[in-house]
Ligand binder design. Structure first.
Ligand SMILES: Cc1cc2nc3c(=O)[nH]c(=O)nc-3n(C[C@H](O)[C@H](O)[C@H](O)COP(=O)(O)OP(=O)(O)OC[C@H]3O[C@@H](n4cnc5c(N)ncnc54)[C@H](O)[C@@H]3O)c2cc1C
Length: 592
């Protein structure tokens, strides 16, 4: 347990300390064991078969899923009374991180154990769980989640699929088409969303053998080619009334709550993929010689390796900080209450903002990593025999599914403002204080005994910048702010970077005393290198927002404030980058 349980979005208005966050260094032996089992499974069982999997050997994929089940890797989130392990989110995120190196197979795994299984765990009746859950968590059956339709992706509630009660009231007849369904071709159980009487958005558990359900052809994709993606076509598909999942008309709750989980797990998964890709990039840089020496010795390559290492350190710090927040919150819930999963869902929803941040930030770190790893490989980066080419293709989807990064970015300020309006966080009061600080310039006195004094001052200031921007935009646009997407996106970038810098810094502060001198130097370097680039990005986003919001004297005041609030002294930056690159090149992997 951490010292103080922060509410969702509270990080923007309250200073957190190192004791308030969970870090990967806090993993217990049991958690590490599950991570190790997953990594071994990937190494021994999946990697030797990557080519067959990429060539759509789905029979093999199904067998591997069964092996995953035998190892207990499909039951991490399932309740003990149904044979599950019911472990914390940090553990399921660690498993997601470790399985991510399996590429396409990890998408099959994630869809099955996440969006495929969790609707049943959270919303299923005892009878439904008795009937299906054992088969799903053992890997005997594969699960899929069918929300998207050809005409409704981001606008998921615009779904057209319908459900009509049969005259004998024993079945619902489902009609419509579901699009881009992961595990579509070999799943045995589909969670399908459709509107009863074209109105009441509802989830249904539909067996593959249901009369009227058919599977479309495999899509030919840019990446993750060894995962199955198909349409699911429903033509009067007969679904017994007892297979309605959750309440009629409350399907949106299932759809969105499960996506919160999908987002933080995706954050962990893409962080694992980034570590793996970086290691390949570093190894290649060490062996590839040009101009008579390994390219790893050139400053241009060193800088890439340093920047990527620092960015992954931030992603990892952020995503496991979120795991700690969620686990601490869920640990406060009494398992014996009758509406346990309802309260549990609310517990996760509390951190919906941080879940969206994790999805966006970590997927974009991976995007940068794979892009630069291709670049490190030069021409070989685009040749299929080299892994960089596959990393590059496989990465792209992560910025699209589980809510596109635009949709997730829009959700961040949207939810912050709605919580403020409901009085859940005192944003308005804090924004007024920040405006006062803007008007009364003061010099930051830095504690020169603290290696992170500059970063701490920066974080406190960035929070003020966010609050001032939030205050100005609300004042100017009031309720119409929700339609000013360009402003919301810029505000999201400020909020995301604050969480990322703070997570990296607090983790570093927490682990520093236990590290060797060499490791200490690397951790400090990672924080400095990441903070510099994130502060620059935050300054750009904040300035952009200021130009979008204000003009004239108000604009000048706002820009002056942003200049002051985003100031960061990165003295020694080059030495930090070289130090970090040296440590990573020597270790030939992600070093933290
Ligand atoms: C390989 C793969 C696997 C998938 N697996 C599943 C699955 O298992 N189950 C499932 O249900 N779905 C799945 N999906 C669907 C996926 O979740 C959607 O593709 C995604 O939500 C985006 O929807 P869309 O493709 O219709 O794009 P659109 O919603 O049409 O978006 C197109 C563009 O417009 C932007 N946009 C849309 N609306 C807005 C708005 N209001 N404001 C600003 N910008 C906006 C988007 O950000 C995007 O850039 C999968 C997709 C793929 C490609």
């Amino acid at each position: 347990m951490t010292a103080k349980l922060f509410k969702g979005a509270e990080y923007l208005i309250t200073a957190a300390t190192k004791d308030d966050i969970f870090t990967p260094e806090d993993f217990t032996d049991e958690q590490k064991q599950i991570g190790e089992t997953t990594a071994q499974f990937v190494q021994n069982e999946v990697m030797p078969h990557r080519a067959e999997i990429e060539n759509h050997d789905f029979g093999l994929v199904v067998q591997l899923m069964k092996k995953c089940g035998e190892l207990g890797l499909l039951m991490i989130d399932a309740p003990e009374e149904y044979g599950g392990l019911e472990l914390d989110k940090a553990t399921s995120m660690l498993a997601a991180e470790k399985i991510s190196t399996a590429g396409s197979f990890s998408v099959t795994y994630s869809a099955h154990s996440g969006i495929g299984t969790l609707p049943l765990v959270y919303y299923g009746t005892k009878e439904q769980k008795d009937k299906y859950l054992g088969r799903i968590i053992s890997g005997e059956w594969i699960a899929a989640y069918c929300l998207t339709e050809p005409d409704s992706g981001s606008d998921a509630l615009g779904a057209k699929a319908t459900a009509t009660l049969s005259p004998d009231k024993k079945f619902y007849l489902l009609n419509g088409t579901k699009q881009f369904i992961t595990n579509g071709s070999f799943a045995n159980l589909y969670t399908i969303f459709a509107k009863i009487d074209k109105e009441h958005f509802t989830a249904f558990l539909v067996e593959r053998t249901a009369e009227g359900l058919s599977v479309g052809p495999e899509e030919n994709k840019l990446g993750i080619r060894g995962s199955s993606t198909t349409q699911i076509v429903l033509e009067n598909a007969r679904v017994p009334v007892e297979n309605v999942l959750g309440q009629i008309g409350k399907g949106h709750k299932i759809a969105f709550n499960v996506l919160n989980v999908g987002r933080f797990k995706l954050g962990a998964a893409v962080t694992g993929a980034a570590k793996y890709a970086l290691a390949e990039g570093i190894k290649y840089a060490n062996i590839r010689k040009q101009f008579g020496s390994p390219i790893a010795g050139f400053g241009a390559i060193k800088e890439k390796i340093a920047d990527l290492t620092a960015a992954i350190f931030a992603a990892e710090s952020l995503v496991y900080r979120l795991a700690g927040l969620i686990d601490d919150k869920l640990a406060t819930i009494d398992k014996n209450i009758p509406n346990y999963y309802e309260v549990y869902q609310k517990g996760i929803e509390e951190y919906a903002i941080e879940c969206a941040i994790a999805k966006v930030f970590c997927s974009e770190v991976l995007a940068e990593v794979v892009d630069q790893v291709v670049q490190i490989h030069g021409g070989y980066g685009v040749i299929q025999e080299y892994p960089a080419e596959g990393f590059y293709r496989d990465e792209r989807i992560n910025r699209i599914f589980e809510g596109t990064n635009e949709i997730n970015r829009l959700l961040i300020p949207g939810m912050i403002l709605s919580r403020s309006m409901k009085g859940e966080i005192p944003l308005q009061r804090e924004a007024m204080k920040a405006v006062e600080a803007l008007m009364t310039p003061s010099m930051d006195e830095l504690d020169d005994t603290d290696p992170f004094a500059a970063e701490k001052a920066l974080i406190a200031n960035l929070k003020k910048a966010f609050l001032v921007l939030a205050g100005s935009s609300v004042q100017k646009f009031m309720m119409a702010l929700k339609d000013e997407q360009e402003i919301l996106l810029a505000a999201a970038d400020v909020a995301i970077n604050i969480f990322a810098i703070e997570s990296a810094l607090l983790r570093a502060e927490k682990i520093l005393p236990s590290l060797s001198e060499a490791k200490k130097a690397s951790v400090i370097a990672a924080v400095k290198v990441f903070t510099f680039s994130a502060a620059e990005q935050t300054a750009t986003a904040a300035r952009k927002a200021a130009f979008f919001i204000e003009e004239g004297d108000n604009l000048a005041i706002l820009l002056g404030g942003i200049r002051r609030f985003t100031k960061y002294d990165a003295t020694g930056l080059l030495a930090f980058k070289r130090q970090l690159a040296k440590a990573a090149s020597e270790a030939e992997k992600y070093i933290f």
